[in-house]
Design a protein around this ligand. Structure first.
Ligand SMILES: [Zn+2]
Length: 369
């Protein structure tokens, strides 16, 4: 918990100012009338909404149905901070993390330590993270999985390795390896992945050292924090008509002026208003897509295990369809913004087959703007 909260408040003066304005403008109305806060409602959910997998809203303002869990342990991953119960995501996200774990292991990375993905039904969280709300974001540690299995207690307490010097904002050269670069390149290689957030120092290290194919660097985006983990974000998935896409990243490698800005004083000025409420602290259900009410009201699955996605060919309970995970082209990230087709979704997308009709209103396609 400490790790994801660390340094967020003081490093985001502009975001905080924006949020403060939002609070004054509209969100405060909900807070004043003592409406329950959305983070309390979503934070209390222990299991996902049984429904076809769908994301509603935006990464920082939404929820999702039909979530599945990544197993606490896999052949080449371990879930960290298990008590948070944030190992849930859209089936495509979970399948992709498992694929990354396998591919990275084959590349020579010992295994993934998996941080927060989403709450079972997404939504704003009680602590940490503005995003991670629609099942399409995942934090993965830059610390490799140790050779000896971590106990549940160790997963709660083990510290991650800070990769960046907090004064210079540069990567600690003694810690960075080509394996780190390869891990990020592998993650960026998947068509589903639209962006990967890293500390500006890490972006700079890649800009300075990556030779040959640099096309994948456009997906690597500098951001505050993200100095012990990287944040992998996939695009809206087929069938999620109420999912609001993020604008595409620029097509260049992002190593020029926008990166230079991060090495000026401006991004690091102290937050003038550190006590301003954050969006998650004041959001009510009225601030989320209307489908999120139905997501909260949807029934639970029989158990967490019944909706845990084992991407090793084993079917999910109650689903006799074979697991078929999409195999995106290995290295190409040039044409990488095309989402996987519906046919390429893992069969766990229909883990609840036949899909119960639970009255989640079908969202209308929104016009482009
Ligand atoms: Zn994150």
């Amino acid at each position: 918990m400490v790790t994801s909260l660390r340094s967020l408040p003081v490093r985001r003066p502009f975001l905080t100012a924006t949020l403060a304005i939002l609070a004054l403008a509209g969100l405060a109305a909900g807070a004043l009338t003592a409406e329950p806060r959305a983070k309390d409602l979503f934070g209390a959910e222990k299991l996902p909404a049984v429904a076809a997998a769908q994301s509603f809203g935006f990464y920082s303002k939404g929820c999702f149905a039909g979530g599945v869990a990544i197993p606490m342990d896999g052949p080449s991953w371990e879930v960290m901070r298990p008590s948070r119960n944030r190992r849930w995501g859209h089936p495509a996200m979970i399948a992709l993390i498992e694929k990354l774990a396998r591919d990275a292991h084959a590349d020579g990375w010992p295994g993934l330590l998996i941080g927060d993905i989403s709450q079972p039904r997404g939504g704003p969280m009680l602590t940490g993270h503005a995003s991670h709300q629609i099942g399409l974001d995942a934090d993965i540690w830059l610390t490799p999985m140790p050779s000896r299995p971590l106990s549940m207690a160790q997963r709660e307490s083990m510290s991650a390795t800070l990769m960046v010097d907090e004064k210079t904002h540069l990567v600690k050269d003694a810690l960075w390896t080509t394996r780190h670069t390869q891990l990020l390149k592998r993650a960026a290689s998947y068509p589903e992945v639209e962006r990967i957030l890293v500390n500006p120092g890490i972006k700079k290290k890649l800009c300075d050292t990556v030779k040959g194919d640099r096309s994948w660097l456009r997906k690597i985006r500098p951001f505050w924090g993200h100095d012990y983990h990287f944040h992998m974000r996939i695009g809206c998935q087929p069938g999620s008509h109420g999912c609001k896409a993020q604008e595409a990243t620029p097509t260049d490698d992002g190593c020029g002026k926008p990166l230079a800005w991060w090495f000026t004083a401006e991004p690091w000025r102290p937050n003038k208003n550190p006590d301003a409420p954050k969006a998650r602290d004041i959001m009510t259900m009225a601030n989320l897509p209307k489908e999120c009410r139905a997501v909260l009201d949807a029934p639970n699955p029989a158990s967490a295990e019944a909706v845990t996605y084992h991407g090793d060919g084993l079917p999910i309970a109650g689903n006799d369809l074979p697991i078929a995970v999409a195999e995106p082209p290995a290295e190409s990230s040039a044409e990488a913004t095309v989402p996987v087709g519906a046919a390429a979704l893992p069969a766990s997308a229909s883990a609840f087959a036949p899909t119960p009709k639970i009255g989640i209103p079908l969202p209308r396609p929104r016009p482009e703007n």
